[in-house]
Design a protein around this ligand. Structure first.
Ligand code: PLP
Length: 408
């Protein structure tokens, strides 16, 4: 018989534990720089105006019901998602080399991809997945849950607080042929450090020569630079180069649809005479996996995103909303760096403005992070990552002074 007494206590999820500690703190100056969710200048969640509009449109629809979606999700949503990430004129779409399933946000897309690879990916060597060091911690759990072994490639250079490019390149060069390489498309979590286009090209060259399989995780398209094409560049480049790859796409951050769990998984096959047949077979297997896991995805978030993505005017308004979010974050980067430099805080702070997206890897040590929490009621993860969206014109001074005190 099953003896539940043998189940060991699992550690608390670090990030969600941090959120709980923040909520318990009664200090009026407390600052939450933990979770990666956008906040407006008043530290409040922001419902994108375009999402409000889409919501109103949907609610007025007399035919709206709560029926099941198809297994692969809402067709108008998955088709628009392909165009968004690959570009409307992508030959891969034209040549029917892409199959897409709506998923439980980005997490579900990563999981579906990992599960699919665990069943069907057969390189000639032992299968290994490579993650950046560091990466979004959930990558480790998701891939090991489906039985795939992993290693890491160097990514963050502690000295420069920039990219450890040589180590990255060398490691994937010496990785066993046919390894799965997980890549953050833009706004790398947790470091905020991205590759330049030249660096992407070199990485693509090694991935090709080693016959590796690229797995893109894109959770911040449009949210990083404010420009959808720019943030999607790496993926479009790889597809242009004819790679077979998969993409896990999230709408949590760029639509502010965190809790609605809207996302999409795409499998793109390389150009070949039977590409369409390959994609059809891949799609049939993905459908079976999806069916056994979630049956069919949740409807509402996908309906909202789809309403916006498929309407020219709403789409333009969304791009404007994206510029509001990314612009505020970029302003906060400038303000924080400016304050620290003004205070003469020991160390260099140029990386704060050079990094991009939701997060910054500050370089603060675990000890300094704990000191900030104790002395100044500032909450951030122990690795020194801050969510830039938690800063605003009301608390950036306070935070800079707190950092100054903690590092001296
Ligand atoms: N991948 C990365 C790199 C992320 O940073 C996140 C969110 O923080 C996700 C995937 C998935 O998020 P969600 O499941 O909320 O879409």
């Amino acid at each position: 018989a099953f003896n539940a007494d043998v189940v060991p206590q699992a550690p608390e999820d670090a990030l969600f534990g941090l959120m709980a500690a923040y909520r318990r703190d009664e200090d009026p100056n407390k600052v939450d720089l933990g979770i990666g969710a956008y906040r407006d200048n008043n530290a409040k969640p922001w419902v994108l105006p375009v999402v409000k509009k889409a919501d109103e449109i949907l609610r007025k629809d007399p035919d709206l019901n709560h029926e099941y979606l198809p297994i692969a999700g809402l067709p108008a949503f998955t088709a628009a998602s392909q165009k968004l990430i690959l570009g409307g004129d992508s030959p891969a779409i034209g040549e029917k080399r892409v199959t897409s399933l709506q998923t439980i946000s980005g997490t579900g897309a990563v999981h579906l991809g990992a599960l699919f690879l665990s069943k069907f990916y057969q390189p000639t060597t032992d299968r290994l997945v490579y993650f950046s060091d560091p990466t979004w911690p959930n990558h480790f759990q998701i891939f090991s849950n489906v039985g795939l072994a992993y290693k890491t490639y160097p990514y963050f250079d502690k000295q420069t607080k920039g990219l450890a490019f040589d180590g990255f390149l060398d490691t994937i060069q010496s990785a066993p042929e046919g390894s799965i390489i997980v890549l953050h498309a833009c706004a790398h979590n947790p470091t905020g450090v991205d590759l330049t286009q030249e660096q992407w090209k070199k990485i693509a060259g090694v991935i090709r020569s080693k016959k590796h399989f690229p797995f893109f995780d894109t959770a911040y398209q449009g949210f990083a630079s404010g420009d959808l094409a720019k943030d999607g560049w790496a993926i479009r480049y790889f597809v242009e180069q004819g790679f077979e790859l998969c993409i896990a796409q999230s709408y949590a951050k760029n639509f502010g649809l965190y809790g609605e769990r809207a996302g999409c998984f795409h499998f793109v096959t390389s150009p070949a005479f039977d590409a369409e047949s390959t994609v059809t077979r891949v799609a049939s297997q993905l459908a079976i996996l999806q069916r056994s896991e979630i049956s069919n995805p949740p409807a509402y978030g996908a309906r909202i995103a789809s309403t916006v993505l498929n309407d020219t005017e709403l789409f333009a308004e969304w791009e404007d909303n994206l510029r509001t979010m990314s612009g505020r974050i970029i302003d906060m980067r400038k303000a924080l760096r400016g304050k620290l430099e003004e205070l003469g805080t020991p160390g260099k702070w140029n990386h704060i403005t050079e990094q991009i997206g939701m997060f910054s890897f500050t370089g603060l040590s675990e000890q300094q992070v704990l000191k900030l929490r104790e002395d100044s009621h500032v909450y951030m993860t122990k690795n020194g990552r801050i969510s830039m969206a938690g800063l605003n014109t009301n608390n950036v001074d306070y935070f800079a002074k707190a950092v100054d005190k903690a590092v001296r």
